[in-house]
Design a protein around this ligand. Structure first.
Ligand code: URA
Length: 426
């Protein structure tokens, strides 16, 4: 077997055989296939696709590249959620302790942000003292004691995906359904969760712009889950508008704590509860009531214990950026559009995200929204507040907000599109 013939098969629109897939994924993980060869193959897959059987085999090969975790010794059933990523998507933060408060164990192995979508670990690292890196034993202990853990995936979990994802990021081959589906599902299946709920986003702030593409991605992942005996359900959710009223690390932690305290923006609460219900159903905990766990403080109690278990101080003040810039409405009327991509790129340019993996993020940077589509706004009043430690970034961030929102005349009818558009899975 050699890399050139595997690349040529896919370049010429052929099917990769099981043997070709097993060999190339393994050889690439071991460093025998060079980055430039895998880049060429990733681009050939991007352009020519893979069929269902190829995607299943690719996923299995990535799982086999590393270790598999086993939570079967835990007294509780495990339930996990994965989002394909969006602007202001802080849902994992309130969701993991909420589902744990309802009786499941939630091992949430998360990643860092790249490009305009934020990473869960970056957000939590804005809490003084909190650490993302746990050993396998610490992870198990926290799941036993607290019921929820959000931490970095160890290097042994699907190492083929770690290498390939970094390569795709710099070769413009990320937004490809077979590669996204196999990347996400290989990690989730290797993680060994008992059930999985996927939040597959579509819209300007998501990998998939179109609902039809998001549906195809969701169906592919639900199918991969079924092939591996993992009960998987997907919700298709709208990411044309940012979630909640904040995009940026510490800003989003603050908003998540508001949700756990029984408040918070309506869209964040709606999606948190919908995903919690799906996770609990998938885990067989159909009697649990997540709305009650938010209202009675039990989810907040798990949050406090989860943060402390990872060295964080849940009562410590969160970092605040040194400088603020307020964007005001130029006319009175109704906000009829607030573009997720524009806000996400602004937050990223203000310092909330990183351009390269090794870059540091600013904990207090980001965008605070004072209105969402459908809200009345008045000329001269704040629409957005930009936060950063480096004020020279304001102009660059403001460029990405040009044309990112519309204020229509007072009385313009506005009907908010449904946040949760479809459900896929049995
Ligand atoms: N998230 C992943 O883990 N992998 C992808 O390919 C895209 C999003």
């Amino acid at each position: 077997m050699d890399a050139v013939s595997v690349i040529r098969t896919k370049r010429d629109r052929g099917r990769l055989s099981d043997a070709q897939i097993d060999w190339i994924v393994d050889a690439y993980t071991r460093g025998e296939v060079a980055d430039e060869q895998m880049s060429a193959l990733a681009m050939a897959i991007f352009l020519n696709g893979m069929d269902r059987a190829e995607i299943a085999r690719w996923t299995a090969a990535m799982i086999a590249s590393g270790e598999r975790m086993d939570f079967s010794a835990l007294p509780r059933v495990t339930a996990d959620k994965h989002s394909t990523g969006g602007v202001g998507d802080k849902i994992t933060l309130p969701l993991a302790p909420l589902v744990a408060a309802c009786g499941a164990a939630v091992p949430q192995l998360s990643g860092r942000g790249l490009s305009h979508t934020g990473g869960t670990l970056d957000k939590l690292e804005s809490i003084p003292g909190w650490r993302a890196d746990l050993s396998g034993a610490q992870l198990m202990r926290t799941l036993e004691d607290v019921g929820a853990v959000i931490c970095a995936a160890g290097p042994g979990l699907a190492p083929a995906d770690k290498k390939l994802y970094a390569l795709r990021d710099v070769t413009s081959t990320v937004d490809c359904i077979p590669l996204i589906a196999s990347s996400i599902m290989s990690k989730k299946i290797a993680e060994g969760t008992g059930s999985l709920v996927l939040d597959v986003k579509f819209g300007t702030g998501a990998f998939m712009r179109e609902l039809d593409d998001a549906r195809e991605l969701a169906r592919t992942m639900v199918g991969l889950g079924a092939d591996h005996g993992l009960r998987t359900v997907a919700l298709l959710t709208d990411m044309n508008t940012p979630l909640g009223l904040t995009a940026g690390n510490a800003l989003e932690v603050r908003e998540s704590v508001e949700v756990l305290a029984g408040g918070g923006p309506a869209d964040v609460v709606e999606l948190t509860l919908a995903l919690a219900r799906e996770m609990l159903d998938a885990a067989g905990l159909t009697d649990a009531d997540p709305a009650k766990a938010l209202a009675d403080g039990s989810a907040m109690d798990v949050w406090n214990r989860m943060i402390r278990a990872q060295g964080g101080d849940p009562s410590a003040a969160l970092p605040v950026a040194r400088e603020q810039h307020v964007v005001t409405a130029s006319a009175s009327g109704v906000l009829t559009r607030l573009d997720a991509l524009g806000v996400g790129v602004a937050a990223w340019r203000l310092g909330a995200g990183r351009a390269r993996k090794e870059d540091a993020v600013q904990m207090g940077a980001g965008v605070e929204m004072h209105a969402k589509p459908g809200d009345a706004v008045r000329a001269g009043e704040p629409l957005l507040t930009l936060h950063t430690d480096t004020p020279e970034k304001f102009a660059y961030a403001l460029e990405s907000l040009e044309g990112a929102f519309d204020v229509s005349p007072e009385g313009t009818p506005f009907e908010a599109p449904a946040l949760i558009r479809e459900r896929i899975g049995s």
